[in-house]
Write a protein that binds this ligand. Sequence first.
Ligand code: DUC
Ligand code: ZN
Ligand code: ZN
Length: 466
Amino acid sequence: MSRTLIRGGLVITAADEVHADVLVEDEKVVALAAAGSTVAEGWTADTVIDATGKYVIPGGVDAHTHMELPFGGTFASDSFETGTRAAAWGGTTTIVDFAVQSVGESLRAGLDTWHAKAEGNCAVDYAFHMIVSDVNEHSLKEMDLLVDEGVTSFKLFMAYPGVFYSDDGRILRAMQRGAANGGLVMMHAENGIAIDVLVEQALAAGRTDPRYHGEVRRELLEAEATHRAIRLAEVAGAPLYVVHVSAEQAVAELATARDRGLNVFGETCPQYLFLSTDNLAEPDFEGAKYVCSTPLRPKEHQAALWKGLRTNDLQVVSTDHCPFCFVGQKELGRGDFSKIPNGLPGVENRMDLLHQAVVDGQISRRRWIEIACATPARMFGLYPRKGTIAPGADADIVIYDPDAEQVVSAATHHMNVDYSAYEGKRLRGKARTVISRGTVVVDQDRYLGRAGHGRYQTRETCQYLV
Ligand code: DUC
Ligand code: ZN
Ligand code: ZN
């Protein structure tokens, strides 16, 4: 048995901030004791980590990533190996990635494919949601089996007709199944049928630059789809989790539903909190770097997202990490914005960007941990194994230096992508030591992890329902 003692730090969880020493045995946290207490003074360990002046926080849980996602004729540029290594560098120790069912294929086949991509390659722990692209009698039955084996959430799309899209009838059926088997439906809420009309009209009028991606994917079409998804979930008696919320009007739909007592939840992402249509409008095709869906919105929407995070109308910040290189991948859409692969890199940056929001006074320290660690773990059935520091929890722990200064750059990041969406941004705070299930994987700018350390995590059903 190995024992690690983390001494002298400020332990921050979603619930508390305490000066405490943390004792780890093998892969688990076994005890916390008040700093300076006789209990803590009596502890011995093989490894002692001095966390004086640092935060001791749970490893981040990023509940929305797309390693190796096939999209628009290419693949997201991070493999499970490179993407989870980058996650570790940024203080994220669990990802929940999306396995994809293609049309005409079973859920099982899609899930098996994703297991094969990830197994033996991950630096940190990982789990899967299932994208359901083909709702039919067989796949509905398979949803029950997947819930039983720990894949307890299913993403459906109101966007991308002909690819991932499901019509309202299919969505309702999947939600009814979720209501019965405990699976949580996650919704990409944009009216894709209407968007495709606007795309066609924009291209026909010669509006081909990246910024038109944002213009045709109208805020109202996100709000309308969010409203419709909420109503369908209500009819089905199912909980609902809306992914990558970017528009103020969509937040309002969520707030109204939650005020009515519904189990309706919302996630936003750092790109919507820190970037805007100004980035999409950058000249010389640079705007392509910021093409994702839902799209970036005008800056004015950011205040509503921050407010939603403070009022708990939004509960989670995930990345939707889906990187495509500018050279050779984003470039596929030169002269036609609809051919730009959708997605932004960010798995490495999320914890630090949200810490900057603490520095800026947007959220409290405990809220930082709640939206980035504890709630995603609860939402997707990983708590308290993940998302907190408590006896019995996995020893996924970050020693975080709140005073470190960094400048974000593609030149220094570890994601396998040739640009950073936050290039040049100055941030205060950085993960100094990252521990995954008791093993130090990053320490003082050195990577000590290995592909294959990360273990697949089965999940319970949603632990966040009211
Ligand atoms: N949105 C993206 O930006 N990329 C992948 C899929 C999605 O829904
Ligand atoms: Zn989506
Ligand atoms: Zn996504």
